[in-house]
Design a protein around this ligand. Structure first.
Ligand SMILES: [Zn+2]
Ligand SMILES: [Zn+2]
Length: 171
């Protein structure tokens, strides 16, 4: 979502509304494939503070991810706020860390939106709070049905200990 700043750059003290759907390409976060099938909706504004531009917005939409336990597709509501200072490269001081530098008269709001999404994202999504996940042995989705793998197999190290206890009891 390229935003043309040529008008607001000339309008000291002015404000321009920034509204619309920001299409975002599929991305990856903490090893998880994420996508935004309908893009994210931006409702915000850019204000010219004479020395810089202040971009503030509320971002809402839907995120498509996969359940961290059973891998089914899940949709999560996305909602976060953006507040960023934009400075033209010729005016930027390299010691400023919390600014976004742009050149010319355009800025890609998609880059700003996705960076802010990552700042707010948990990276872990579940289809439901108590998702039982997949059986680690056979891969059965335990939400659909139980599998026949027993989960009471004794670890061989504990088996030796159990034997010792048994022997000492019989003495
Ligand atoms: Zn799940
Ligand atoms: Zn199983």
């Amino acid at each position: 979502m390229i935003c043309d700043l040529s008008q607001i750059l000339k309008d000291y003290g002015g404000t321009m509304p920034v509204n619309g759907v920001c299409k975002l390409s599929d991305t990856e976060f903490l090893g998880e494939d994420l996508s935004f099938p309908d893009g994210l909706f931006i409702d915000g504004k850019i204000t010219n503070n004479t020395k810089s531009l202040h971009f503030t917005a509320k971002v809402t939409g839907k995120l498509q991810a996969h359940c961290a336990r059973c891998r089914v597709t899940v949709y999560e509501d996305v909602e976060f706020d953006i507040s960023e200072i934009l400075v033209r490269d010729e005016d930027a001081n390299s010691t400023d860390e919390d600014i976004i530098v742009f050149s010319g008269h355009e800025v890609d709001l998609g880059d700003i939106v996705i960076d802010n999404f990552f700042l707010n994202a948990s990276g872990k999504y579940l289809c439901k709070e108590d998702c039982k996940g997949l059986c680690p042995k056979c891969g059965q989705d335990l939400n659909i049905k139980e599998c026949d793998c027993s989960d009471d197999e004794i670890d061989p190290r504990w088996e030796a200990l159990a034997q010792i206890i048994k022997n000492s009891e019989s003495e």
